[in-house]
Design a protein around this ligand. Structure first.
Ligand code: SF4
Length: 134
C-alpha cells in the first residue's frame, strides 16, 4: 500500500500532495471537481486524473506512488474516488464527501461558487494541519 495513513503528519511539499475528485454527474460530483481545481490553482497540491487510476494506467499509477499525501474528494456517500484509489492499493490521507458539508445532492448540475469554496477551504485547512502548518 502506498500513501500516508490518516494519523500521520506529512512534511511534504505542495507538489507531493496529490488530489483526486470523483467528478460525478451530479451537483456534488462537479463541486468536488471544481474544489480540486481550486486547490490546484491555489498551489495547495496537484490535481491528478482519477480515471487513470481506475484504468490502471501505469504512468499515472507510478506518479501517484511518488506522492506523499493523497486527497480524495467525493460528492456523496457512495465514495467513488475513495473506492477507486483503495482498489488500486493506495492509502488515502484525507477524504471528504461534499454532502457531509451540508450540501444536498441533486442532478441539476447548477453549482455555486460558495459551495466550491466551502469544500476547498475545508480541505485546505485539513491539509495544512496534516503538514503541521496550523
Ligand atoms: S461519489 Fe457520488 S457524486 Fe461522486 S461519482 Fe460516486 S456517486 Fe457520483
Amino acid at each position: 500500500m502506498k500513501g500516508w495513513e490518516m494519523t500521520e503528519k506529512c512534511l511534504c511539499e505542495p507538489n507531493e500532495v496529490i488530489i483526486f475528485s470523483c467528478a460525478g454527474s451530479s451537483n456534488v460530483g462537479q463541486i468536488a471537481n471544481q474544489a480540486a481545481i481550486k486547490l490546484a490553482q491555489d498551489g495547495v497540491g496537484r490535481y491528478f486524473c482519477l480515471a487513470g487510476i481506475g484504468g490502471h494506467v501505469s504512468g499515472m499509477i507510478e506518479s501517484t506512488k511518488a506522492g506523499k499525501m493523497l486527497i480524495a474528494i467525493d460528492g456523496c456517500s457512495v465514495g467513488s474516488a475513495k473506492k477507486t484509489l483503495e482498489h488500486a492499493g493506495f492509502n488515502i490521507s484525507e477524504h471528504v464527501q461534499v454532502t457531509d458539508l451540508g450540501i444536498e445532492k441533486n442532478h441539476n448540475l447548477n453549482i455555486l461558487s460558495p459551495d466550491i469554496n466551502k469544500v476547498a477551504q475545508h480541505l485546505e485547512s485539513q491539509i495544512s494541519q496534516r503538514r503541521g502548518l496550523r
